[in-house]
Design a protein around this ligand. Structure first.
Ligand SMILES: [Zn+2]
Length: 645
């Protein structure tokens, strides 16, 4: 560890798209944020809300509560004690990543000035050997790497490196990538082949290093990422009474595990890094292991919203089919990690099941987090709120996940900044290309303009109100000389009902895709109809917590019943649903036939008392992601079936 190391070779990186992930090989290639422009709709509005409000909100909070000043303290230009828990550096880095994506696609002098100021202050805190952390190694602080289980040092480094990847991919090899190179080179010395054979308690740096290797062309970073993935799972990290090896994903090597387990965010970040490493090393065994874990986790350990992690204790996955609605943890960051993992697997394989889960998770598990005004966030995402919560104060820090309504900021505030960087890179998850043409995976108003591998320029526009309407219109605005294939994903729920036309003529829907091969001409119009009639969805019978209950979905949206849509004084715990009456579509979601139990005062809530179901009435359901935007309320996704039916 005292070896000197030559500076990283500055091999010119291949031209890369402005995209959050860019594997060197795979079935599909990502398109850049400059090639897909969102033009309103649900996705576009959230992308804009992030640019207009959320980035500023995160910056304002971290300025106010000292998390940015921590870097000045570390640099010796500000006094006072470190503010916040030991991994708050990572929040500043995630915000930097969001800023970098934004600056890569539009000019904004105020944002650019702020970005450069942040980078300068972070750079000033970097030590001569490349180490950069505001919580360790200085006088009155714990020594470096003295608490790998809980210190989150490499986790923070990973987020800095990912912000640098965003800066590189947006065409700037400047100060932040230089800081990241020094840090990554330091890491290689400390944890590389000649360094200490250890891992960080919280995975993250694995995918960051793999991506940094892709973005810089420096193979050493991929080598270190590979070492860190392979080293994990050998029971090295110190356990506690409550956190065992599984919590840290240190119980089994990634390639030997069958399902995701332990801390959900850690598991999903590690899996994402493992996919990156597997792809770059052509390691099909490792890739297949993660694919198996993905499939088993989706089949048995995932909420209908795409949320993952059913234990508040340790933020962990539960057992198979242990998915309680009212105690769902389903951390926003776990949903983001799930999208990161599925996106990597989609790019590698082209299989639509990964895009299906991305859509479900984004719309229901992530878009639920920010409040409509972008100034408060959910950390945990219950599927059943029994008591109306209290508004968080605008100035106070919320406990990690105990907010019953969205909170402006948290003591552990991983979710808001994670939402911000995800929304900033949202256009990157819509479409891809391959040697044969273009694939549309998600449907939202947008304009696509890209040059295909054969040199032809393809431009198209998508007009739609999906997921609130069923029709998606794709208008071609370029003349091609030779045929390409335009592939449209058909979500699993629409495989039997989707209809597609080209210039009014019906075209075949084949399973989960519509593929049209043609020398497209300006004026060609493709219509895809994805019927979104609301439907009852029944749970797997082994999910005890919601047995005898149904959810209502409309297209990709999970719907929810909120008490503000019930008669006065009725909470969601007193209703049952009449499943013999099909749900009907409304402008806001769906209407269902409910019954309300009259209040029953008893000394003992069990016994041979037959429940009275009450008279039927109709009530509206709204998209789950919109709940709790009308003040404190009770809410539930799973509705008990009326028992006299
Ligand atoms: Zn989080």
């Amino acid at each position: 560890m005292t070896d000197t190391i030559t500076p990283s070779p500055s091999a010119p990186a291949a031209i890369q798209p402005i995209a959050p992930v860019f594997p060197s090989r795979g079935a599909l290639r990502p398109l850049g944020l400059d090639e897909v422009r969102l033009t309103g709709g649900l996705w576009g509005d959230l992308h804009q809300l992030n640019a207009d409000v959320i980035i500023e909100h995160c910056y304002g909070w971290m300025s106010r509560i000292g998390w940015i000043t921590n870097f000045d303290r570390a640099a010796g230009v500000a006094g006072g004690a470190h503010d916040g828990i030991e991994f708050v550096d990572s929040e500043v880095y995630k915000l930097l990543e969001a800023m970098a994506w934004e600056l890569g696609t539009r000019s904004d002098d105020v944002l650019e000035t702020r970005y450069k100021d942040l980078v300068q202050r972070i750079g000033a805190a970097q030590e001569a050997d490349g180490y950069l952390h505001t919580s360790f190694g200085r006088e009155s602080q714990r020594p470096r790497y003295s608490d790998l289980e809980w210190g989150h040092e490499l986790y923070c480094f990973g987020h800095l490196i990912q912000a640098a990847v965003a800066r590189l991919r947006t065409g700037h090899d400047d100060d932040l990538p230089a800081i990241a190179r020094r840090l990554a080179d330091h890491l290689y010395l400390e944890f590389g082949p000649s360094g200490r054979p250890a891992v960080c308690g919280h995975p993250e740096v694995e995918m960051a290093l793999a991506e940094f290797g892709r973005a810089t062309g420096n193979a050493r970073y991929l080598e270190l990422a590979t070492l860190l993935v392979e080293r994990r799972g050998h029971e090295q990290l110190q356990t506690t009474l409550y956190q065992g090896h599984e919590y840290f994903l240190d119980d089994l090597p990634v390639r030997d595990a069958a399902v995701l387990r332990g801390h959900a965010v850690r598991a999903l970040y590690l899996s994402s890094g493992a996919v990156d490493v597997a792809i770059e090393n052509d390691d099909d065994e490792l890739l297949a292991a993660v694919q198996t874990q993905w499939a088993n986790t989706v089949a048995r350990r995932t909420y209908i919203t795409g949320g993952m992690g059913s234990h508040h204790q340790n933020e962990e996955f539960g057992d198979d089919y242990e998915l309680p609605a009212d105690r769902a943890y389903a951390e926003t960051c776990a949903s983001i990690g799930s999208v990161m993992l599925s996106w990597r697997l989609l790019l590698r394989t082209g299989e639509p099941r990964y895009a299906d889960l991305i859509e479900r998770t984004l719309l229901n598990g992530i878009f639920v987090s920010p409040r409509e005004d972008g100034r408060a966030f959910y950390y945990a995402n219950t599927l059943h709120q029994r008591t109306a919560g209290e508004e968080e104060t605008a100035s106070g820090l919320s406990e990690r996940a105990e907010a019953t309504l969205r909170a402006p900021w948290f003591e552990v505030s991983c979710c808001p900044t994670n939402v911000s960087r995800t929304l900033a890179s949202l256009p990157g998850y819509v479409a891809t290309s391959d040697d044969a043409g273009i694939q549309l995976h998600q449907y939202t108003p947008m304009q696509l303009d890209t040059t295909l591998i054969d040199g032809q320029r393809m431009r198209l526009r998508v007009s739609t109100h999906y997921p609130f309407d069923e029709k998606v219109v794709i208008s071609i605005s370029s003349d091609l000389v030779s045929p390409i294939t335009l592939t449209l994903r058909v979500p699993a729920w629409a495989v039997d009902t989707a209809v597609a036309t080209l210039n009014g003529e019906q075209v075949a829907v084949s399973g989960a895709a519509v593929a049209i091969t043609r020398a497209f001409q300006q004026g060609d119009v493709i219509e895809l109809v994805l019927p979104i009639e609301p439907r009852f969805t029944w749970p797997h019978p082994s999910i005890d917590a919601v047995r005898g209950q149904v959810a209502v979905e409309s297209g990709p949206l999970v719907l929810a019943l909120e008490d503000v849509d019930l008669p006065d004084g009725v909470t969601v715990d007193r209703v049952t649903v009449d499943t013999s009456v099909a749900p009907t579509r409304t402008s806001s979601g769906a209407a269902v036939s409910l019954r309300v139990h009259p209040p029953q005062a008893t000394d003992w809530p069990f016994g041979a008392v037959e429940r009275s179901a009450g008279a039927p009435f109709e009530a509206d359901l709204i998209p789950y992601f919109r709940w709790a935007n009308r003040g404190p309320s009770t809410m539930r996704v799973w509705l008990p079936k009326s028992d006299d039916l």
